[in-house]
Ligand binder design. Structure first.
Ligand SMILES: Nc1nc2c(ncn2[C@@H]2O[C@H](COP(=O)(O)OP(=O)(O)OP(=O)(O)O)[C@@H](O)[C@H]2O)c(=O)[nH]1
Ligand SMILES: [Zn+2]
Length: 348
């Protein structure tokens, strides 16, 4: 679209529309300023963005209470679901205005249609990477997700779902996951087919903001449906259609999970979930060689120890990474995965 040459007339029309938009934003902003000055808005308070639609946001007041539809001061851009904000409620309490954005602890980004990274959600504490007994994961796929998660700086957690389908003694999959536990990654097992099958997951979610990612068919929808059983909690939630991935731009939403210690009322203590089809499809995109290398956390202690400063850990003599593989300090499959991920970047 952006590459297409616009005719002069089209360009003129686009400019006119943009000018009109800017004028309207200015007008809105000066109206806000007047109202703010005239005391038509209440005092500043903290809140969190639970959904956003262009320049309109739903903000949940800190503590509790229903979300309030807010608009943005014109000088504020790029807020996303999960952002902490300072806002003021209108005196008629029906809407409000967001006046500032708080610092972000973390941000999840995805490339837009032009390949530019855009933030889609903020202040996420953990990325739950969902796998299943069926379809069985390749170790390489787990590594890909872990590398992508490490690049965001958000802590990854491995969730093995459908454990009702595990063979009696756990099979290869448990051994595979034990390998990741040894690296320090938390592993949680779940099943939607048994009572109490989500209790370890509930414990993991409590008090944190999480997102679920993972390949198709592993049970993300099934897990989320059970975590948010109350239809009301999912007001405005994804429709069945948009779940199927056709509307990957659908806005991310933040949901408070029911808190079992508070009679099942949704609250921060029960944990919070940010979800959208785009977030679920999060994967290995737009990483460079350095980010991939850094994403293998057990490599870190060996980096910088190769004979050559610019070692790419291939055939170079004195490679500290390859020596670590030979000594058994790095699992050969993790190293093979590393190589495969780098090769796939070159192909892309
Ligand atoms: N046996 C078993 N089946 C499960 C479990 N959880 C989910 N399933 C089934 O796995 C299938 C896929 O589940 P979904 O929840 O649609 O998976 P998803 O990850 O959301 O898949 P996409 O929407 O394609 O991304 C469904 O048929 C579920 O009923 C489980 O714990 N055990
Ligand atoms: Zn090396």
């Amino acid at each position: 679209m952006s590459k297409r040459k616009l005719s002069r007339q089209q360009r003129w029309r686009v400019e006119k529309v943009q000018a009109e938009r800017a004028r309207r934003a200015d007008r809105r902003d000066s109206r806000d300023s007047e109202k703010l000055a005239a005391g038509e808005y209440g005092p500043e308070q903290n809140g969190r963005v639970i959904a956003h639609f262009g320049r309109t946001l739903d903000v949940r007041p800190e503590g509790s209470g229903d979300a309030v539809r807010c608009h943005l001061r014109a000088n504020l851009e790029g807020l996303v679901t999960g952002d902490r904000v300072i806002w003021r409620a209108a005196h008629d309490a029906r809407d409000g205005v967001v006046v500032a954005r708080g610092e972000r602890d973390s941000v999840l980004e995805r490339p837009d249609a032009r390949g530019q990274l855009k933030p889609v959600a903020a202040n996420i504490d953990q990325i739950l990477i969902v796998f299943a007994v069926e379809p069985a994961p390749h170790a390489n796929l787990i590594d890909r997700y872990l590398v992508a998660a490490e690049a965001t700086g958000i802590a990854p957690v491995l969730v093995l779902n459908k454990i009702d389908l595990l063979p009696e003694h756990g099979g290869e999959l448990r051994a595979l996951l034990a390998r990741y536990e040894a690296l320090g990654y938390p592993v949680v097992t779940t099943t939607t087919e048994r009572d109490g099958g989500l209790s370890a997951l509930h414990a993991r979610l409590a008090g944190r903001t999480s997102v679920f990612v993972g390949q198709s068919g592993v049970g993300k929808s099934s897990l989320i449906d059970r975590l948010l059983p109350d239809e009301e909690l999912r007001i405005g939630a994804l429709s069945k259609d948009s779940r199927k991935g056709t509307h990957t731009t659908t806005t991310a939403r933040l949901y408070a999970l029911p808190d079992p210690d508070d009679g099942g009322h949704p609250g921060v203590a029960g944990g919070e979930l940010i979800d959208s089809p785009g977030i679920r499809e999060f994967g290995l995109t737009h990483l460079d060689e350095q980010e991939v290398t850094d994403g293998f956390i057990e490599f870190r202690e060996f980096l910088g120890r190769c004979r050559f400063r610019d070692c790419r850990h291939r055939q170079e003599p004195g490679c500290a990474l390859r020596a670590a593989v030979e000594r058994g300090d790095i699992h050969p499959e993790r190293f093979a995965s590393y190589r495969r991920i780098l090769d796939s970047l070159e192909d892309a």
